[in-house]
Design a protein around this ligand. Structure first.
Ligand code: BG6
Ligand code: MG
Length: 220
């Protein structure tokens, strides 16, 4: 009989957890804000992390006190995405954040399943470029969900695809909205980043280089 607290799967957010693309998203949104005549601070950007492209744009336009029609919004989002894709075009396995591969190897050896749950429609491209597809038991990206984080849909779908109940999953997230989403789905959470920003998580680490199986098991 398995312990009801047993960790059977880890679900990773992608941007800001596996790769440093959270920074590229910020650069592209900042560039768009500048073009629209205002600036975007890193603090303001925290609220845009983890959520879908169009919702992020809505937050940005609100910050700039700008109203746009639907068609123009689509054009602005496309423009941001083109800049973002320019940044990620050259990504390679070397761009994985420190500690990612050793931890994925450790999980695989321990037969703990692995998924990526990301709001990004660019997630499959990035995963291909950094070559971590072979570790994944499930990949749920922005094109497979209808409700963005903090709704738990993305993580619940990942758990379902792996055949693991939410209470046996741990989610790794760098975004407040992502921690909330995992909690809403009944999962345990590890914040990746600053404890000030991710205070709602069960544990906070600065990066996956600070993670290993033994530490993960302390959540059981
Ligand atoms: C999330 C990022 O992973 O994906 C957000 O944290 C981003 O910043 C969202 O807006 C959507 O990404 P994309 O690549 O579909 O525009
Ligand atoms: Mg993220």
């Amino acid at each position: 009989m398995s312990n009801s607290n047993e960790i059977q799967a880890c679900i990773f957010d992608l941007d800001g957890v596996i790769v440093d693309t959270a920074h590229y998203h910020y650069q592209a949104w900042k560039r768009l804000a500048n073009e629209l005549g205002f600036d975007l601070t890193p603090e303001q950007n925290e609220k845009m992390k983890g959520i879908g492209r169009m919702q992020s744009l809505d937050i940005l336009l609100e910050l700039g006190n700008i109203q746009k029609e639907k068609k123009e919004k689509k054009q602005l989002a496309n423009k941001k995405n083109e800049w973002y894709q320019e940044y990620i075009r050259e990504m390679q396995p070397e761009n994985l954040l420190p500690g990612v591969i050793p931890f994925l190897e450790e999980l695989t050896e321990a037969h703990i399943l692995i998924a990526v749950g990301s709001a990004s429609k660019n997630a499959p491209t990035i995963i291909r470029q950094v070559q971590i597809g072979r570790y994944l038991d499930a990949l749920i990206d922005g094109s497979k969900v209808t409700k963005g984080k903090p709704d738990p849909e993305v993580f619940l779908k990942a758990a379902e695809e792996m055949g693991i109940a939410p209470e046996h999953c741990v989610v790794f997230e760098d975004a407040q909205a992502g921690i909330e989403a995992a909690k809403n789905g009944g999962m345990r959470t590890i914040g990746v980043g600053s404890p000030d920003v991710l205070s709602q998580a069960d544990m906070v680490i600065s990066g996956l280089h600070q993670m290993n199986l033994e530490k993960l098991k302390t959540l059981e």
